[in-house]
Ligand binder design. Sequence first.
Ligand code: UT7
Length: 348
Amino acid sequence: MRYRVPLASPMSQSVSDSQSLPRPVRIAGTGSYVPEHVMTNHDLEKMVETSDEWITTRTGIRERRIAKEGEFTSHIASEAARKALEMAGITGSDVDLLIVATITPDTLTPATACYVQQHIGATHAVAFDISAACSGFLYAMEIARHAIGAGVYQNALIIGAEKLSAFVNWKDRNTCVLFGDGAGAAVLTPSTNGCGRILSTTLGTDGSQVELLNIPGGGSACPASPCGAPEQSATLAMQGREVFKHAVNAMRAAANRAVELAGLSITEIDLLIPHQANLRIIDAILERIDLDREKVFINLDKYGNTSAAAVAIALDEANRKGLIQPGNYVLLVAFGAGLTWAGAVVEW
Ligand code: UT7
């Protein structure tokens, strides 16, 4: 029997919108990293009752990366961070705000951001984690851009990083085929020369749906010790079909809202980078918004769902492939446990 998180309240949906700031903020560099080890669908066939055919047709995922022993979320995050810093032309010691979005921290406390601070020498940075599941990277972007926009910080490093392999029940075919490890990062700075800025963001939360997707054990509700929570309670549990419906609706709405707040129409978007959970979710969103399929960046076939890292890895890969050029409008959308969702439009 799994421990079930009690439902605290009825519907509690809230949405927060914001537009370009008086002191505009741009993305000055991106980076990403995935562990070397590739786990294919065929590898999973040997572990649970599944098939490459089922996983590919139901999700679009073909393989995922798995961190090696001793490689923690902070290590994965730091590799991505180094690449983002290099692209931005700054070093760790130039960073004054460091936010890691993760649901798979190295330890419950201190924050994974504190380990990353050490690994990359961000000795002048205020560092902390946020937990907003797959929307975490865009939540971090929103916090960082307001902190920079207010004139308090200069160089923010935001990272979405996960070692989900440590929190997956490898005996549960409903979930273990879906997730992978990885990290993506971005450096945010003031947009002084008028080139590039984050035009809009929209964030949403619906705490009435906490039961749909969670890791119920390991927190104060069901501590891992000393009472000894059942082993499986510290692994991901998901009501897939329900989450699917919410994901489509929330990301469609977030996409439209972010575009509207940016003062654009959807046809002006050059590239959509959606959360990489399931190809069928992305297809369902595309059926509901007026955007050509070739304007969508997809890499979930290679990495599966990397939660907070997914949008960040995809953004970096698209950037390094030259798919994003100065002046382009990039639409980012995410959805995850909470429920949380987010959208943002960035003028590159
Ligand atoms: O990142 C946060 C957001 N997460 C998501 O957005 C994930 C959202 N959900 C999904 O992507 C999909 O719901 C899943 C991929 C998780 C599942 O796909 P589905 O089409 O909703 O399948 P289902 O859960 O309705 O299951 C259909 C059948 C079931 O068998 P029966 O009851 O029809 O006999 C499952 O037991 O597929 C079975 N099944 C599998 N079969 C082979 C479930 N997992 C597997 C598997 N291999 N790995």
